[in-house]
Design a protein around this ligand. Structure first.
Ligand code: DON
Length: 409
């Protein structure tokens, strides 16, 4: 009901939201229904403008009245099929009627005595996070070493192997035999760690592991915990900002452009520069490979950390570094979230960093170690909760890179 009220009666736009609509104006103009909602005839949106979404309110009302049927059949499904057919798309009513969400066993790992529970395929998040942590468990970093070229070097080297494996071995498990147990095993991580030396290994010399398996085939995160210790870590995604920027006429919501999470062509990068292979090729009914990494970390059977992030391919590395900041570097949660991060995803063989993230001497040493320094960009927007067992309280931290908020009740 609160969501229906917000859509029907509107809310006052915060500055960043008004600016965000304005900067996507040209794209919204290409779709009449999007144009009607997300652009303003009289000019640009301003802070405080009342923003009303009448069609969306109707859609939400139908979901309120009919549950999943309110979306996947009836008027809303018909509108989506109509929208798709008008634009040469392939949606049918049956696609929506047959669609079901699936419960899956989470990926589990452990890191320095902490228990990790995260998202299984079709996200690569859980596997990549646990695999990275397993590799890094073979090295030890003192508190003073945070941000040092040695620490970043180890992080990059581990990530190259992890993302190389991601490109080949992970896809929708209903269609592809994902070797999860192998990828998250301590033995395999140890093997990789042996290959990490003082000097960077070129990405071109790293390939996805040759695992012997049967040959067959603006995203949002929220972390919640209640007073009884029930925790939820959820990442939801339309893929690009505002999805494909097409609103279903009459239904008032945007369509995603999740097809870009598939590898359309082996070796050709998607919008995040990720490449893939057969594991994540397009097939009817198959779900695309994701990077979302909602995670719950437990210590002695108690919730310790709940976190996740948007950011496409950078989600995994953002979540990983916050976990490392908390567990290895003993930072308080907000510091762990705020500090600059780095990112490497095997290909391109290039180190992404954030503003002020790499001081000149660290950069020079990394170049000496053989790393290629890439561009500066914002890396993820974490929403996290940590349990402080001394004070018996939960502490929330919302990433200053985004526009979220940590709230306690
Ligand atoms: O599931 C995925 O990996 C992507 N659809 C996530 C996209 C994303 O995080 C974009 N936001 N910045």
């Amino acid at each position: 009901q609160p969501a229906i009220d917000l859509a029907a009666k509107g809310f006052n736009l915060p500055f960043w939201q008004a600016e965000s609509f304005n900067s996507n104006r040209d794209e919204f103009f290409k779709n009449d229904a999007a144009k009607l909602i997300f652009t303003k005839e009289t000019g640009e949106f301003k802070i405080g403008d009342l923003f009303i979404q009448t069609d969306l309110a109707k859609t939400l009302k139908l979901i309120q009245q009919n549950g999943r049927e309110g979306f996947y059949s009836g008027r809303v499904a018909e509108l989506m099929v109509l929208q798709s057919q008008k634009n040469g798309g392939y949606f049918t009513k049956e696609d929506f009627e047959n669609y079901e969400s699936v419960f899956r066993e989470p990926v589990r790992g452990n890191y320095r005595g902490f228990e990790i529970v995260s998202m299984p395929p079709p996200s690569s998040g859980g596997i990549c996070l646990v695999q990275s942590l397993n590799i890094l468990e073979n090295f030890n970093f003192s508190k003073e070493e945070w941000g040092s070229s040695d620490y970043i070097h180890h992080l990059i080297e581990a990530l190259k192997y992890v993302y190389a494996d991601r490109s080949k071995h992970i896809g929708d498990p209903d269609y592809y035999n994902v070797p999860t147990d192998y990828l998250i095993s301590k033995e395999y991580a140890n093997e990789i760690s042996q290959k990490i030396g003082e000097h960077a290994v070129r990405s071109s010399e790293i390939s996805p592991s040759q695992i012997l398996i049967d040959e067959s085939e603006e995203t949002t995160h929220y972390s919640v915990v209640d007073r009884w210790g029930n925790a939820v870590s959820a990442t939801v995604t339309l893929n690009s900002s505002y999805g494909n920027k097409i609103v279903v006429d009459g239904a008032g919501f945007l369509m995603n452009n999740e097809m870009d999470d598939f590898s359309a062509k082996p070796g050709t990068p998607n919008q995040f520069g990720l490449i893939g292979s057969e594991a994540n090729s397009i097939a009817p009914g198959k779900r695309m490979l994701s990077s979302i990494t909602p995670v719950i970390i437990k210590k002695n059977d108690e919730i310790f950390l709940i976190l996740g992030s948007p950011g496409g391919s950078k989600i995994i590395t953002s979540v990983l570094q916050v976990v490392l900041n908390v567990i290895d570097f003993k930072m308080n949660l907000q510091t762990a979230v705020n500090l600059p991060r780095i990112h490497h995803q095997w290909l391109p063989d290039s180190l992404y960093s954030e503003e002020f993230g790499l001081p000149e001497d660290v950069k020079t040493e990394l170049i000496q170690k053989g790393h290629f320094i890439g561009s500066e960009t914002v890396l993820g927007r974490i929403q996290a909760i940590m349990y402080n067992n001394k004070k018996n309280i939960y502490v929330g931290a919302s990433d200053p890179r985004g526009f979220g908020k940590a709230i306690g009740y």
